[in-house]
Design a protein around this ligand. Structure first.
Ligand code: ZN
Length: 97
């Protein structure tokens, strides 16, 4: 038996978040954070990771975006229906990154 004692948690793990597309846990650095503006004026890509407001994480690829759009992952994360035009804008931003 390989017994380890008292060492759990000593290794630093990068923070992980779940992608709303593939639903896999990924290193935060590999994901993009999308936030709903606090004043409800719309959505934005949060490049600093510190913007206020409800956020959702997604891999930086079109595949995951399509999955999220299809499965309603964003709708769930933001607890509201995301309009089609918002999806189009977000997709553009993701592919632009
Ligand atoms: Zn993903």
């Amino acid at each position: 038996m390989n017994k380890t004692k008292g060492v759990s948690g000593s290794r630093k793990k990068p923070p992980e978040r779940r992608c709303v597309g593939c639903r896999e846990m990924k290193n935060k650095a590999e994901l993009m954070r999308i936030v709903r503006n606090a004043d409800d004026s719309g959505f934005a890509i949060d490049t600093t990771g510190k913007s206020a407001g409800r956020g959702a994480y997604i891999c930086k690829n079109a595949e995951c975006f399509k999955k999220a759009a299809k499965s309603g992952g964003f709708d769930r994360s933001f607890k509201q229906k995301i309009p089609r035009e918002i999806y189009a804008i977000l997709e553009g931003m993701i592919l632009d990154e």
